[in-house]
Design a protein. Structure first.
Length: 140
């Protein structure tokens, strides 16, 4: 039996949050997607549960942006890859989030190609997580 992969999905837009949750849980992957609608809720969940990956919107209406979530995860749980989401394609924002340690950057879309790209990025992030875990265990 496959291990369930726990994904934290953070977005203040309920429609996008529900759509991405459905996209990720659909299909052969054994993903359990837990959602948060703001940064404070996300940080609380990260402190209480073990996640394999975090996917967060960059811009949210609360004062706790996706970049702050990224900073928190990288400081406290560096093995967890973070994928940044936005409805606004900005090369500078993408560069900033990658420099801060994000695994990747995803521009939200509703078509099948976008859905497949999100699934692919999640799969790649999980593979990188496993590589990083092996590196860490070898170093220790």
């Amino acid at each position: 039996m496959n291990k369930t992969i726990k994904i934290l999905l953070v977005d203040d837009d309920i429609n996008w949050r529900n759509l991405m949750k459905e996209v990720l849980e659909k299909g052969d992957a054994n993903y359990d997607v837990i959602t948060a609608d703001n940064g404070h809720q996300a940080i609380d969940l990260i402190g209480k549960k073990e996640f394999h990956i975090v996917i967060t919107d960059i811009r949210m209406e609360s004062e706790f942006s996706g970049l702050k979530i990224l900073d928190y995860v990288k400081e406290n749980f560096p093995i967890i890859p973070v994928i940044m989401l936005t409805a606004y394609s900005s090369v500078q924002t993408a560069k900033d989030s990658i420099k801060k340690g994000a695994f990747d950057f995803f521009v939200k879309g509703e078509d099948d190609a976008s859905n497949e790209e999100l699934r692919r990025k999640v799969a790649e992030a999980l593979m990188q997580r496993e590589i990083d875990k092996k590196k860490t265990s070898i170093i220790k």
